[in-house]
Design a protein around this ligand. Structure first.
Ligand SMILES: Nc1ncnc2c1ncn2[C@@H]1O[C@H](COP(=O)(O)OP(=O)(O)OP(=O)(O)O)[C@@H](O)[C@H]1O
Ligand SMILES: [Mg+2]
Length: 299
């Protein structure tokens, strides 16, 4: 049974369509990434999943239950980190943890709470309003973890985190995933998405452009970078390479063809080249190509 099921969901703000007929599913235990440019509709989609805003159409099921009908029931099994963390500024961090546990009718384990505070370097005595951006984010992360949710939904959770805490957070998330928890992560950090997510959904202008299995990506695409005074664009295009970037003395191509043909062409060109590298295309590069592509194009 999928843990997240979105069927044809849409959201209109007046005449503006922020989310347009989006459908995808996420299975139990997946580490699922949700990416796309600013304003693509990620937070709006997540806000509908959490029933913070009503959808204009379509169906949402979380943990097998319809939202919004079973909203509260579902929320009790979810850990959520908003992109913009807001709690009452006068509340102390320890009280926020207490209220979170109370909402979930849980006693909480003081040792576990202490472990999280140590791990994320949080001072529970401080007032929330006195914390820095990153420290506020860390408090929200602990609030999303302490009640042992089945599903963790995070909207740009790493925005503002220092590298040490970033690494620790992903260690915790990976452990949770290994225990069967489903993780839904929206992020602009393509490296973390590449490192941790097994599948990603890419959204742009409210439309789902595609869902990609990162364990099945095409490793046959090579990236060739050449440096020369006279860039061999025509020769490279003749063997099927595509020029993806060009400056005065450097050009970058992607190539999926026969490697013998590539090396023979590069060898013939070598007297006129200052430098050449051939590498596997990494996912970050692939994602960037998705960001750069024009509206309406598919993955
Ligand atoms: N309450 C609202 N009223 C009108 N328009 C809205 C509202 N909330 C969001 N939008 C618009 O919907 C679009 C999608 O916004 P959303 O916040 O979902 O984008 P996002 O993908 O989360 O972007 P980012 O990466 O910047 O967080 C944007 O154009 C935004 O201006
Ligand atoms: Mg957002």
């Amino acid at each position: 049974m999928p843990v997240i099921e979105l069927s044809h969901i849409s959201k209109r703000f007046g005449k503006f369509v922020a989310v347009n007929d989006v459908s995808f599913t996420v299975e139990k235990g997946e580490f699922f990434g949700f990416i796309g440019p600013n304003g693509a509709g990620k937070s709006t989609t997540m806000n509908m999943m959490l029933n913070f805003i009503k959808s204009s159409g379509g169906k949402i099921k979380l943990l097998g239950k319809n939202v919004p009908e079973h909203d509260l029931d579902v929320k009790k099994q979810i850990g959520y980190v908003p992109s913009d963390v807001r709690f009452y500024p006068q509340l102390r961090v320890r009280d926020l943890f207490r209220y979170t546990l109370d909402f979930h009718h849980m006693e909480g384990d003081p040792a576990e709470l202490k472990r999280y505070c140590d791990l994320f370097q949080i001072d529970p005595q401080k007032k929330f309003g006195d914390l820095s951006l990153g420290n506020k984010k860390k408090v929200a992360l602990v609030c999303a973890l302490i009640h042992h949710p089945e599903l963790i939904i995070m909207d740009e959770p790493t925005n503002g985190l220092d590298p040490l805490i970033h690494a620790r957070l992903f260690r915790v998330l990976k452990e949770k995933q290994e225990q069967g928890v489903t993780i839904f992560l929206s992020s602009h950090n393509l490296k973390e998405v590449e490192d941790y997510c097994s599948r990603i959904a890419f959204i742009r202008s409210g439309k789902l452009i595609g869902v990609e299995d990162l364990t099945q990506v095409n490793q046959n695409v090579k990236v060739i970078t050449v440096k020369a005074d006279q860039l061999p664009i025509a020769v490279m295009e003749k063997i099927g390479a595509t020029c993806v970037k060009k400056t005065d003395h450097e050009a970058r191509f992607t190539y999926e063809g026969n490697m013998a043909q590539l090396f023979s062409t590069l060898s013939n060109l070598s007297p006129q080249l200052d430098d050449v590298t051939v590498a596997n295309r990494d996912l970050e590069e692939q994602f960037m190509a998705m960001y750069e592509r024009q509206e309406g194009e598919r993955l």
